[in-house]
Write a protein that binds this ligand. Sequence first.
Ligand SMILES: C[S@@+](CC[C@H](N)C(=O)[O-])C[C@H]1O[C@@H](n2cnc3c(N)ncnc32)[C@H](O)[C@@H]1O
Length: 189
Amino acid sequence: MRRFTVTDFCHQFISSHISEGSFCIDATAGNGHDTEFLCRLTGDSGKVLAFDIQEQAVTSTRKRLDAHQLSHIGQVIPDSHAHLDQYAAADSVDCIMFNFGYLPGGDHAMATRPDTSLTAIKKSLNCLKPGGLLCLCIYSGGDTGYAERDTILPYIKGLDPREYLVIISSYANRPGDPPIPAFIFKQVR
Ligand SMILES: C[S@@+](CC[C@H](N)C(=O)[O-])C[C@H]1O[C@@H](n2cnc3c(N)ncnc32)[C@H](O)[C@@H]1O
């Protein structure tokens, strides 16, 4: 048995809410693990868009989808998640996932940034269907610092509870700066 990770936790949470035929977005494609997961979840009748600004990540995710015969479900878009509203209509997406930070083995200078991340989160909330789920895995410390965490957390904590349900989880016994998984449901009106 292998170690349980924050990604496993996010995947389990998403799996219990998202079903076949869904429209999902991986806002930070990286090496394509989350894109692959979303493609398997949505199945042949679903659709997944995956964004990344780093060529290495775009290539890696495309290769992964090809290798697993998932390219008919997932489309990799070499653009910033700050533009995701140009690819998805308001109230149209079932699930949007962000795994912030830098690409493991990639360029740390191309890590996600507080300003573009916040723009993308705001646009994601608008693109979610009522009942849809936004999943954020927030990292801090190390060479990415705390600015992104300290931009995102106050914003999501301040969302109107009539419009959104916000759940923020925490590692209770891990020292340092453990990842922070957060889940936001757009409420059905
Ligand atoms: C932690 S990695 C994502 C891991 C990935 N989900 C996986 O399964 O392998 C973060 C990724 O965000 C990407 N990124 C940084 N800024 C971005 C932006 N503005 N729009 C889209 N992707 C961005 C980085 O290039 C990097 O590949």
